[in-house]
Design a protein around this ligand. Structure first.
Ligand code: NOJ
Length: 550
């Protein structure tokens, strides 16, 4: 645990990071080429999305072979070179383990289809109900029913995600053994980190029942047996090695379960991703809607997770962005008018919290959602399904596109913006997903020459390493009802760190509790010039500032 606290993890999306062979798809060689850049930023570990052999129906989260690198990304030798070269720079690698489901092209599924009983037991296959309807009324998270006919057997297989992603039967000990073997294979290769995809939905019951609608997720999420299996996986794989960093992606989880997953005493995982704070711009919980974000809800959720996990000795992954989320700059700030202030305010807000910060590629240069107007410019299966549902529900093309533009997962999957040349220096070929128009002025080359966002990230990373109060201090939320400022205090021994972040684009005056302003305060870091700490404070557009109180 101690080895973890001052670390910062960089997520890169291999498909869109850097293409060196001109096929329009990022590759391992492209990552090797940019290691100096990542070293300059100061991160400790790289989480790469899956690069295993896959038909790419869900961008690599549909795996055909867990032991092979997909040739479109490169070779095993190149991966070994990457591991070695990263190690020389003290950068570790985290692999993405998709163990809830395989692609239907995986040998296990194919052999199951061919009639091999052993492999049929690897998946969740059920007969239709007596009236001939689907085994349950569950919905796939990507739209449509969660069941698909299993060949011509008359039975159905469960897929909580795309129809090509068949859920594995973790109740079968053979399956678990095979999955731990995969983790061990990559441990041997030199991976020192693992991100486990949707790990909290592996525990489906033996007998599956219809949902009443509202309770559907609870039927297969965070069931008690998941904790047993995570403990078993820990024992049988990474737990036997020192200083491995693990993070579980937890869909719709609770603080209570978050603690169980990440309390070091329980030997499950190092930390978890939870997503409630990124649903504050969903109308009635529905993602494909167009509403402004609810700031008080955002604060309340972050506070609940900070305070709650601390109380139970859990550990949070801290993040705004990833390959499934629209860019936070576009969501919670004003990247047109205040690109620097927005990006740095959001960064500081989470980098000074208790937990492990993640930076998603391009965040460190202020990348935003692109402005694509046609559904054909999107690749993601989820976006296409959503567009169709929106149109079926009566939305016009324009209305549907307004929503897709804000919510599509492709908004963050577009190519990394390296320079102002054609295709942003990402590829010399045709990129698999279009490059954003703003790459002409938001790009690494320009940022390194004259930008202020990248240096700010460098500073935040450095501060976490230099200051135990950031890595290890306690957390307390303050001004919880304030409608514009997110404020908290970290504390360690005799020191306090007060962090104030303003989430809106105008000047804003508010009153701080006296206890902070009577103390000796030292300005530590902020995205405007140094200001004194006073009872009556005014924060400027998207201002963030932190003071050390002795
Ligand atoms: C979560 C991953 O982050 C997402 O990209 C993927 O589609 C689903 N899990 C299914 O594997």
């Amino acid at each position: 645990m101690e080895h973890l606290k001052d670390k910062v993890i960089y997520q890169l999306y291999p498909k869109s990071f850097n293409d060196t062979n001109g096929d329009g798809i990022g590759d391992i060689r492209g990552i090797i080429e940019k290691l100096d850049y990542l070293e300059q930023l100061g991160i400790d570990m790289i989480w790469m999305n899956p690069i295993f052999v896959s038909p790419q129906k869900d961008n690599g989260y549909d795996i055909t072979d867990y032991y092979q690198i997909d040739p479109m990304f490169g070779t095993m030798e190149e991966l070994e070179e990457l591991i070695q070269k990263a190690k020389e720079k003290n950068i570790e690698l985290m692999f993405d383990m998709v163990l809830n489901h395989t692609s239907i092209t995986h040998e296990w599924f194919q052999r199951a289809l061919a009639g091999e009983k052993k492999y049929q037991d690897f998946y969740i296959i059920r007969p239709a109900k007596e009236d001939g309807s689907l085994p349950t009324n569950w919905e796939s998270k990507f739209g449509g029913p969660a069941w698909e006919p299993f060949g011509d057997t008359g039975e159905y297989y469960l897929h909580l995600y795309d129809v090509t992603q068949a859920d594995l039967n973790w109740r079968n000990p053979e399956v678990r053994k095979e999955l731990y073997k995969i983790v061990n294979f990559w441990l041997e290769k030199g991976m020192t980190g693992f991100r486990f995809d949707v790990l909290n939905v592996i525990g489906k019951d033996e007998v599956l029942v219809d949902s009443t609608g509202d309770n559907e997720k609870s039927l297969y999420t965070d069931t008690p047996i998941v904790h047993e299996w995570v403990q078993e996986m820990n024992r049988e794989s990474f737990g036997a090695h020192e200083n491995i960093i693990t993070v579980g992606e937890m869909s719709s989880t609770t603080v209570e379960n978050g603690i169980l997953y990440s309390d070091p005493a329980r030997n499950e995982l190092s930390m978890i991703f939870s997503f409630h704070h990124l649903k504050v711009d969903y109308e009635n919980g529905e993602k494909w809607t167009d509403v402004p974000f609810d700031f008080l809800a955002l604060k309340q959720i972050l506070d609940e997770w900070q305070a709650g996990m601390q109380k139970g000795n859990g550990w949070n992954a801290l993040f705004w962005n990833n390959h499934d989320q629209p860019r936070a700059n576009s969501r919670f700030g004003d990247p047109e008018k205040y690109p620097y202030e927005t990006a740095t305010m959001l960064a500081q807000t989470i980098h000074l919290l208790r937990g492990t910060p993640y930076i998603y590629q391009g965040e460190e240069i202020g990348m935003t959602n692109p402005d694509f107007n046609d559904i054909s410019e999107y690749v993601d299966v989820e976006s296409h399904n959503a567009y169709e549902s929106l149109r079926l529900a009566g939305k016009t093309h324009e209305e549907a596109m307004t929503i897709i533009k804000q919510k599509s997962r492709d908004t963050s999957r577009i190519p990394m913006q390296w320079d102002s040349s054609l295709n942003a220096g990402f590829t010399t070929g045709t990129p698999w997903l279009k490059v954003a128009d703003n790459s002409s002025h938001i790009n690494v080359e320009k940022e390194l020459a004259e930008g202020r966002i990248f240096p700010y990230y460098q500073q935040l990373i450095r501060l976490r390493k230099e200051m135990p109060i950031i890595a290890d201090g306690s957390y307390e939320g303050i001004l919880l009802d304030d409608p514009e400022v997110f404020a908290y205090v970290r504390e360690k021994e005799d020191e306090k760190l007060l962090v104030l972040s303003h989430f809106y684009g105008t000047d804003y005056a508010f009153t701080l509790p006296e206890e902070f302003t009577t103390a000796e305060a030292k300005w530590l870091v902020g995205n405007y010039e140094e200001v004194p700490l006073t009872t009556e404070m005014t924060l400027r557009p998207y201002e963030t500032v932190a003071f050390l109180l002795e």
